[in-house]
Design a protein around this ligand. Structure first.
Ligand SMILES: [Zn+2]
Length: 353
């Protein structure tokens, strides 16, 4: 079950920091949906190149669970998601894309196709059109397995011939930057600026603020990114208000949007940064044996922990206040910016989840 149980601590946190600060209508630009049928048998898939803990949070996330999660977590808000599949290597990508496409049509939600770099331009365009998708979610797990994980570059999983199509069609590209240097990595920054310059029609969202979860991951990136004109950023899975403040100082808030990364960020925990690296402090035993994962640490003081998605939203509200954002700009981060990016389908969604 991917739906979080709401605790007294959660209710207190929501009432104190979020309930009245968030707009009634919210758009979540980044949520994952997948079903048991979309998961390949154990042992039949390649090793993952993403954070191992993310695969421990939920075994599936049917759309019904996602909508129930919003209802529980944001009882005073109505949340419209943009959905796409799981990007774990255990996923049957084609089956998952089909399920996401069917859900998106049934509920009139915007959705992205999980795409492979091996598709030529025609196949890329045909598959996205066939599923009625608003764009693509490429991922480093799908780069050529012969490339060592730390050497993967953006164009290894988001080739230029696919960016050309996205540029021409005005499609959304949900981009998770690779490499251990994260947002501040010079190769990443150079390629992000090339994308900004060469594909202005593509709506490229640098997700998780380029995985800059610690201040050390930002480096000098903002001095470069403040010269970009089109790149968008989502705050998904980021709880660092200092990083968010730097982002808001570098780019116009109209290029920043909310995303949840549910079900992964339904994680119960508190994120700390130590020696420039993040650690998720989680209730002992809740996520199985995490003793081999340097990004996870267990605590016996579980009662004080809320969900990391609440921490993300609170961190942004904090950053927005320090950056002097007005009410309308904050509302835009939680609705308008994602609704504009995903296009008319987002605006037609009227059912309250
Ligand atoms: Zn995600």
């Amino acid at each position: 079950m991917a739906v979080p149980e709401i605790t007294e601590t959660d209710i207190r946190f929501y009432d104190r920091y979020l309930r009245d600060a968030l707009p009634e209508r919210m758009m979540d630009g980044h949520a994952h949906v997948w079903y048991a049928d979309d998961v390949l048998p154990e042992g039949s898939y390649p090793p993952r190149r993403s954070a191992a803990w993310a695969a421990r949070i939920a075994a599936t996330n049917p759309l019904a669970d996602l909508l129930e999660t919003y209802r529980r977590m944001f009882p005073a808000q109505s949340v419209t998601p943009a959905i796409f599949g799981n990007i774990d290597t255990s996923t049957d990508v084609d089956a998952n894309n089909d399920h996401v496409s069917a859900d998106a049509h049934a509920h009139r939600l915007p959705a992205l196709a999980v795409t492979r770099p091996t598709w030529d331009a025609a196949e890329f365009e045909r598959r996205i059109d066939a599923g009625g998708f608003a764009g693509c979610k490429p991922y480093l797990n799908f780069a050529d397995p012969s490339i060592p994980k730390d050497d993967i570059e953006i164009f290894d999983f988001l080739p230029r011939h696919q960016l050309e199509v996205a540029d021409r069609r005005g499609w959304v590209v949900m981009l998770h930057v690779p490499r251990p240097g994260r947002l501040g990595d010079p190769v990443n920054l150079a390629q992000l600026m090339q994308i900004d310059r060469d594909y202005p029609g593509a709506q490229v969202i640098v997700t998780h603020i380029g995985r800059a979860y610690a201040l050390a991951d930002v480096g000098d990136a903002m001095a470069t990114l403040e010269r970009s004109e089109h790149l968008l950023f989502d705050i998904t899975a980021n709880t660092n208000s200092d990083v968010m403040r730097l982002l808001l100082a570098a780019v116009d808030p109209s290029r920043v949007m909310f995303g949840s990364d549910l079900p992964i960020f339904g994680l119960r925990g508190h994120r700390v940064v130590e020696d420039g690296r993040y650690v998720n402090v989680v209730p002992r035993g809740l996520y199985g044996d995490v003793s081999d994962d340097p990004s996870m640490r267990e605590t016996d003081d579980a009662g004080s922990l809320t969900m990391m998605l609440y921490e993300e939203v609170a961190a942004f509200l904090d950053a927005a206040e320090s950056a002097g954002l007005g009410h309308d700009e904050v509302t835009a981060v939680f609705w308008d910016n994602a609704a504009r990016t995903y296009g008319p389908v987002a605006a037609t969604w009227t059912a309250r989840p």
